[in-house]
Design a protein around this ligand. Structure first.
Ligand SMILES: [Mg+2]
Length: 388
């Protein structure tokens, strides 16, 4: 199963005006992703996705060029089943043979960011290919699944204090969700404004629905503490990215000071970053993004770290279809796999790209049974919305 071609595209699908939302990332007018197509000499096609923006409105010209001009050519003629050796070869660069011989990492200087995002796209596509070649879903290759359906939470919640209750209740009604996540932080101005919105949300939802908040890393440690104190009686299930990932000491300080579980990781990459977060007690929930942290291979390894440190794994899945499906397989297969993030903002990169509907019912989502990712991509959508 030799690799014949590697082609990445910057896919940019517009979002209708009435479906757009505004957060600290601005108004999301499009959904963007680097979508990767790998084809083997025997005609199998695998799909991957790489990401370099926390939200969905990023620039993907550089990542696509990295995949097409640098990493892609290195893959031609390689055995598509050699998923881990390819991961290590791309990560370690010219020293990969020395790294393999010694059994430890010797990465290239640019070992994070675009490099790992590109490896992520390739890794996801190779798992898709491996599953298709063997006629098995990815979760089966990862060791089996814990359940046929996984719990999901509704991810959204941008409305103001007067409307947030109805917005979140509409999510619960739409998919039977037992858990919802709302945005807080700098988009509201002062911490008390976010706290007002959270109290309104809790009052509307009642005590039976898990409520999470996500500050996108926009608080200082001091403001995160002020906010946490103001919502102490709201029984929050987690507080996501209270402080920027660049302030790891601040995150550790915040977690030690609060009773609210802390969720982290969509801004982190590789098992090495997550091992440090776990060992330093920075988080209760690890949230690697399969399209940014290193693909399915690395998300599984991060899941092992979560299990070993008695943490939960809840991948960041504000993503396109390849990364979202990758997340489903990992959550199903990883012992620490906890819950699926299901975007309630407009997400054409999942719903237009996948030929089959992707739905949550009774708060759960099916783990795909078809070979590989179990994802049938609409290539016409990719052709129509490729940004040149
Ligand atoms: Mg988040």
């Amino acid at each position: 199963m030799r690799i014949k071609s590697v082609e990445a595209r910057w896919v940019q699908i517009p979002i209708a005006q009435e479906q757009q939302h505004v957060s600290d990332f601005g108004r999301l007018r499009t959904f963007d992703a680097a979508i990767l197509r790998i084809e083997t000499e025997d005609g199998l096609v695998g799909w991957g996705e790489g990401k370099n923006a926390a939200g969905s409105a990023g620039q993907y010209a550089a990542l696509v060029h990295l995949l097409n001009a640098e990493f892609g050519p290195r893959l031609i003629g390689q055995d598509a089943a050699a998923i881990t050796p390819i991961w290590e070869r791309l990560y370690n660069g010219v020293r990969h043979q020395g790294a393999a011989a010694r059994g430890h990492t010797m990465p290239e200087l640019a070992r994070r960011g675009l490099s790992v995002a590109a490896i992520s796209a390739i890794d996801i596509a190779l798992w898709d290919l491996r599953g298709k070649a063997l006629g098995e879903p990815v979760w089966s290759l990862l060791g089996g699944r814990s359940a046929e359906r996984l719990p999901a939470y509704a991810s959204g919640g941008w409305a103001d204090a007067g409307a947030i209750g109805d917005q979140l209740k509409s999510y619960v009604d739409a998919g039977g969700f037992g858990a919802v996540k709302m945005r807080v932080g700098s988009m509201d101005g002062a911490p008390h404004a976010s706290a007002d919105r959270v109290r309104a949300a809790r009052a509307a939802l009642g005590p039976g629905i898990d409520l999470m908040v996500d500050a996108h890393g926009t608080y200082t440690v001091a403001d995160a503490k002020r906010f946490a104190a103001m919502v102490a009686d709201c029984d929050l299930a987690w507080f996501e990215e209270p402080v920027t990932a660049d302030d790891r000491a601040g995150l550790i300080e915040f977690r030690a000071a609060t009773h609210i579980p802390v969720a982290l990781g969509e801004s982190e990459a590789t098992r090495f970053d997550f091992a440090d977060l776990a060992a330093r007690r920075a988080a209760d929930v690890l949230q690697p993004d399969p399209a940014f942290c290193g693909g399915i291979t690395e998300t599984m390894r991060i899941g092992t770290i979560a299990s070993a440190f008695n943490l939960r794994l809840a991948p960041h899945l504000w993503a396109g279809a390849p990364a979202f499906f990758a997340g489903l397989h990992v959550i199903a297969a990883a012992p620490a796999g906890a819950i699926v993030e299901f975007s309630l903002g407009a997400n054409p990169m999942i719903h237009d790209l996948s030929r089959a509907p992707v739905r949550v019912t009774d708060g759960t989502i099916a783990v795909p049974d078809a070979p590989g990712l179990g994802l049938e991509i609409d290539e016409d959508i990719i052709a129509r919305y490729t940004k040149r």
